[in-house]
Each structure stands twice: as structure tokens, then as C-alpha cells.
Design a protein around this ligand. Structure first.
Ligand SMILES: [Zn+2]
Length: 300
């Protein structure tokens, strides 16, 4: 490119290259231009050469970090590392800019702190939203090739990120809690996860992940069991028995009682008193799946 071919656009290009941190000379040469042609073009196009001054370029690169420096979310050493300059040079320029550092900012950043400043956002993300490390990187706009250093950081703060792979996913009334999913002994393809039934607030250690995903289970068996458990009701006074709450309600005189309330009472308290007769209810039948896998969420 000849000197006369240098346009304002060329200058913009040189400037944007210089802003990545290389010297203006290197930027000029990277476009196959000569320094003399460049300075000649500046005159011809009436452009202030100060725009390409090393210090001016550096000040503009520094601008995005000024907030972080003054509120001490980043230390001067961390910024110097980001800008690939010496700490002393950064301090000198900050002085020129009249930027006063807060006390904490002058403290040097250890490597661990540097990692923390970069990846604590990932820690927070996984801690509150769950998911894998790549999920979190993507969600906060970081490239997924950073998963290795990110995992290293998470391990360094003893954060068990593996346990959050399915955490906080919601299925029906279930919320999966942080846990290591276990292989089901009954169904090899199935995983058992720790989950909370939001209807009663109970946490179950082993809930079938398959049942959650397919919607086969929407809450714990206690919450869904009204339809699943049958009762035998017996009268303590005369020994009469009924094979279901339904039959019992039909037999007794419930005029003065709320049927709904009686049903609830025998289920929750195991019995009721009606007209001075004591009735005791015992569970007679559970669905087979509930017996085989007691902690497992039942279809409901
Ligand atoms: Zn429940």
C-alpha cells in the first residue's frame, strides 16, 4: 500500500489494532505500511498524531478497568496483568489520570484471587441455578474452553460442582436437590436423585429420575397416597370392620359430621370417634412399587 492510499479507514484500522495492546508501529507494519507513510498520511488527512500516541492508546485501554480499580473489585496488579504492562507503569498512568486507588486496590492479587475474580460468577451461577460447568460458562457469556481452569477454581474452593448437574430442575411438585445421582439397582438405565416434594417439604434421598422426567411421579407418595393406600376400619366397641373408608362412611350415621373431615382424620390420625364409638383405621394395601422401593416416588 502506498502512502497516498492510506485513508481515514486505514487509520481507524491501525487504531483498533493498537488498542488490542500492540504498539502503533507494530500495528502499522502489520498492515504492510511504513511508519513514514503513516505520519505523512496523518498530516495529509489532518489527523492529530496524539490519537496514536502510546500513552493515549494505553489510557483508552485502561478506561474499562477504572471502575473496577476504584471500587477495588480488581486490584492494580490484576489490571496490569490484563493490560500486559508493568505494575509501576500502570500506577504512573493512573497518577497522570488523577485516579486515586482505594487502599485495598494496591494489594497484589494472588493467582487464586485472580481465578476467583474470573470464576466466582460461575460458582454463584451453579450454586443458585444448577447445571454443568459448560452450561454456566455459556450462560454468563464465557467460552466453554475455560471449563478446565474453571473446574480447577471450583475444586480449590471445595465446591462440589458435580452435585449440581441436575440441581434445581423442577418436575411436577418435585425439585431436584444437589446430589450425586446414583444408578438404580432395579433399573440399570435409571438414576436416583435427591429431591424435595414441594407439597409437604419432605426431602427424599432416592427418587427415580426417570419417573420425574416422564412425569410418572409428580409428588411424594405421602402427598399422592390418598388414592393409593386403602384402609381397614374397625370399631373398637363392637368389632365391626369395613374394608374401606368409603364403606365405613356409608355405614355410620354421619349426619352431624363432615364426611370430608372424617376421611382426613382417619387417614392422618389413624382413627376417629363418632357418636362415642371409637373407630381405628389401619393401612391394608399399598401399591407394589411402594413396597419394593419405599423411598421411591410413587406414581401419582
Ligand atoms: Zn409430599
Amino acid at each position: 500500500m502506498s502512502a497516498s492510499a492510506i485513508t481515514l479507514e486505514t487509520l481507524d484500522e491501525i487504531e483498533s489494532i493498537a488498542l488490542t495492546g500492540v504498539t502503533t508501529t507494530a500495528a502499522i507494519e502489520s498492515l504492510g505500511l511504513k511508519r513514514d507513510s503513516f505520519y505523512y498520511a496523518l498530516q495529509r488527512l489532518n489527523v492529530d498524531r496524539k490519537r496514536f500516541d502510546r500513552v493515549e492508546i494505553f489510557k483508552r485501554r485502561l478506561e474499562p478497568y477504572l471502575d473496577a480499580l476504584t471500587n477495588t473489585t480488581m486490584t492494580a496488579r490484576a489490571v496490569a496483568a490484563e493490560l500486559n504492562c508493568s505494575y509501576a507503569y500502570l500506577i504512573k498512568i493512573l497518577k497522570q489520570l488523577g485516579v486515586k486507588l482505594n487502599k485495598g486496590a494496591a494489594v497484589s492479587l494472588t493467582k487464586a484471587q485472580h481465578l476467583a475474580s474470573k470464576y466466582s460468577v460461575i460458582h454463584q451461577y451453579i450454586l443458585t441455578k444448577g447445571g454443568t460447568v459448560p452450561d454456566a460458562l455459556r450462560a454468563v457469556g464465557l467460552p466453554t474452553h475455560l471449563q478446565k481452569p474453571c473446574r480447577k477454581y471450583l475444586r480449590s474452593i471445595d465446591f462440589p460442582y458435580d452435585e449440581y448437574r441436575y440441581a434445581f430442575r423442577e418436575y411436577g411438585h418435585w425439585t431436584i436437590l444437589p446430589c450425586i445421582a446414583k444408578q438404580s439397582a432395579h433399573k440399570g438405565y435409571d438414576l436416583l436423585v435427591k429431591a424435595r416434594c414441594n407439597l409437604c417439604g419432605t426431602t427424599y434421598e432416592e427418587v427415580s429420575f426417570n419417573n420425574l422426567q416422564t412425569g410418572a411421579s409428580t409428588c411424594c407418595k405421602s402427598c399422592g397416597h390418598g388414592r393409593k393406600v386403602e384402609y381397614e376400619v374397625r370399631c373398637l366397641e363392637d368389632g365391626r370392620t369395613w374394608t374401606s373408608i368409603h364403606d365405613w362412611i356409608r355405614c355410620i350415621d354421619t349426619e352431624d359430621y363432615s364426611e370430608q373431615k372424617l376421611r382426613r382424620q382417619v387417614r392422618s390420625e389413624g382413627g376417629a370417634v363418632v357418636d362415642d364409638y371409637h373407630y381405628v383405621a389401619t393401612e391394608t394395601k399399598r401399591y407394589r412399587s411402594a413396597q419394593r422401593e419405599p423411598a421411591l416416588a410413587e406414581v401419582s
